[in-house]
Design a protein around this ligand. Sequence first.
Ligand SMILES: *Cc1c(COP(=O)(O)O)cnc(C)c1O
Length: 475
Amino acid sequence: MEIEEFRHWSKEAADWAADYRANLVDMPVRASSKPGAYLQALPSSPPQTGEKFSLIFSDFERLVPPGVTHWQHPRFFAYFPANASLPSVIAEQLTASMGLQCMLWQTSPVATEMEIRMLDWLGQMCGLPRNWEGVIQDSASGATFAAVVTARERALQWQGHATGMANHPVLRFYGSEHCHSSVGKAVFLAGIGMDNLVRIAVDGEGKMDTAALRAQVHADRAAGYLPAGVIACVGSTGTGTSDNLRAVGGVCQEEDLYCHIDAAWAGNAMVCEEHRHLIDGLELADSFVFNPHKWLGANFDLSAHFVKDSSSLVRTLATNPEYLKTQHATGMMPDFCNWSAPLGRRFRALKLWFVIRSFGVEGIRLMIRNHIAWTHMASDILAAHPDFELLAGPNLSLLVFRHRPRHFDTARLNQHNSHLLDAVNAAGFTYVTQTMVGDSYGIRLQVGHTSTTKHNVTEAVDHIITIATELAGHW
Ligand SMILES: *Cc1c(COP(=O)(O)O)cnc(C)c1O
């Protein structure tokens, strides 16, 4: 591609993007493609000679959008959001244009130094301890993996690196029933084994029972295990419940355990002071992760990982081969590849710089406050309806409910609500996902998109009520 052709198609792509965002509201939220449709549409072998770019672009326009689930749709209420705010998209275009590899300070000094500054901004915005340091990871899963390996090495006095796990006592990690699947994955990837992630029971509010945690740690020690760390959760994925960090952190300090906090979604709400009670006691922990790529407007991927003691993390993850040695005075600036499992790093800090400056802290706060207020509004509408019941929340901007028509056979409620979810999502007007609350199948609704309005929330709730009522009539 010649540079003038690049100029032309970059502008075409920018126009396409603006039209896409402008017209999103009229599109079905979830793709309705049949499995295999795209495998059929795409040629089974690659072209041997280059094709005209106009053809590539028109194929993109024809083929791709119908197969897309529109995560930026203002009526996307499924999972958690993956907000790609417009300033962030522009930053991402510039990042791609420069195509940097930011593994070392020397490989692009501005990327490392902007990352330090942006994570410091985030720490201030969220009221995190001022002496903690931050690094951008690809995902909360990546940050939690880094934390678990650090906890493992700390427990083994940094012997696990060289020796593996064989001649050490079996390590144990702890998390509540609500902790995310990425915690289990981190534990088995770290060679500890899923059986050694002990699930601690929760109390009536979904918080880890810290008396049970302490008792389990003592019992494990007595049985010859080596307790290494606890992963506490702020804002569980199913229902949005949070552990009591002061209580969990207290046990960790007494028992000398590493404490990692997974606040992938809810951590973003710490921008609003009124929610900081959720991280009361954070200073007792060792590390904290949340995903600005979920709810802060920075498009995927961008996970903010904060640590009390960066030297433990670096001691665990650093490698120092000859081909990565650099000339700058070691110790002056971090080489962030030594803070994470992957070596290569994108220039992600630019997105934060654009987003935070463009919205301002007050703008971000307002967005999050609106999302939470509208979730409460949806909750009030459903709670006031005689045929709906709330199963959990609202916790921040997450609500779990189900349709429970009067005189309906309770044994069929799970099946009915699963049909309801399918019917709502097939209609395409809005998109919601499910969770189990105890034995009850619930519909999760979270409000979190930058472009969502209060009206989008009410119309989606009305739509769900209409479909539910029709469906119940068919039984
Ligand atoms: C979304 C989520 C994760 C996983 O986040 P990734 O960045 O996709 O790895 C982990 N924990 C919780 C509580 C989450 O909500």
